[in-house]
Design a protein around this ligand. Structure first.
Ligand code: UTP
Length: 294
């Protein structure tokens, strides 16, 4: 029987250099998509997928994230006194959303290193990793789609997306064999190799790794056994590649639309799409966009 995935780790200690100057004194995970910080979308996706505990790996700007998922008594009192019940519910929702723990990554030494920092809080059980700047709009939450695969194959699962060749060098890329008899949503590959940010000419496929993972606790010793890779950082991709020697790892091409909200262009596109979908903002915003279309 597969152990239940109860915990999700949110590495949020990166420097966010692609979004400077906004991320100089504020973590990029707190950038608002319409009116909600990126990380809240990821936390809500996790909870909708059955995750019970959230672990955030923080660096600088820790206070903003901790405060966001906590009560603001002054704000709540202010809204309550003025009878602003809808806003009060919104403020309380973030505080009551999840059971959140924090662990610090003192230096941004890479995604692998950030995940390793969560070892004690995760313990000896499978867990999810969510990179909250990968915003994925999906009918069925992507983490839930991946958990279905995990439960069937009892093995680590990495989210994949097809990416045009000219953009592949920005991603971790896999080589894999299609699992022909897979009958769930999306499509499934058994991964045979992985490489972080390959040049387009040598990329093993057009299947890029996106920021959702279901991992097993053996990933921690794998991270300890790798050396710094691309960019001088401990890469999670390299650790998963090491795991491939001892166990099967699957890549799942999910159903949904992904936005790289850690990048200015991706963030702008996500903002427009999410604003258009909102009942309260969408119609007026659409009229505005139409009025200025060339
Ligand atoms: P990115 O590759 O997006 O790096 O990290 P970054 O530093 O956040 O942003 P840029 O590229 O400089 O603009 C992917 C995820 O891994 C986390 C980030 O917070 C992000 O969620 N991360 C990365 C860490 O937690 N620690 C690290 O040392 C590196």
């Amino acid at each position: 029987m597969t152990a239940k995935v109860r915990k999700a780790v949110f590495p949020a200690a990166g420097l966010g250099t692609r979004f400077l100057p906004a991320t100089k004194a504020m973590p990029k995970e707190m950038l608002p998509l319409v009116d909600k910080p990126l990380i809240q979308y990821g936390v809500e996706e996790s909870l909708a997928s059955g995750i019970e505990k959230v672990i955030i790996v923080t660096g600088r700007g820790k206070a903003a994230m901790e405060d966001h998922f906590d009560h603001s008594f002054e704000l709540e009192h202010h809204l309550e006194a003025r009878g602003k019940t809808a806003l009060l519910a919104t403020a309380r929702h973030a505080a009551n959303l999840a059971d959140v723990s924090y662990v610090r990554q003192k230096q941004a030494l890479g995604l692998g290193h950030a995940v390793l920092r969560s070892r004690e809080l995760v313990g000896n059980e499978p867990f999810a990793v969510v990179l909250s700047d990968d915003i994925i709009d999906a009918e069925v939450p992507v983490l839930l789609q991946m958990l279905e695969v995990y439960e069937k194959y009892n093995a680590p699962v990495v989210a994949l997306m097809k990416v045009p060749r000219e953009r592949i060098s920005a991603y971790g890329v896999v080589a894999g064999e299609a699992v022909a008899d897979y009958s769930g949503r999306g499509s499934l590959f058994r991964i045979t190799d992985m490489v972080e940010k390959p040049k387009a000419e040598v990329a093993p496929s057009n299947l890029a790794i996106i920021g959702r993972y279901i991992l097993t606790p053996d990933i921690f010793s794998a991270i300890e056994n790798i050396t710094p890779g691309s960019g001088g950082e401990l890469q999670l991709t390299d650790a998963i590649k090491l795991l491939l020697k001892s166990r099967p790892v699957y890549g799942y091409v999910f159903e949904g639309t992904r936005y790289d909200a850690g990048d200015k262009q991706g963030f702008l596109q996500a903002t427009v799409e999410f604003a258009l979908k909102r009942e309260d903002l969408g119609p007026e915003f659409r009229a505005y966009l139409n009025s200025r279309a060339l």
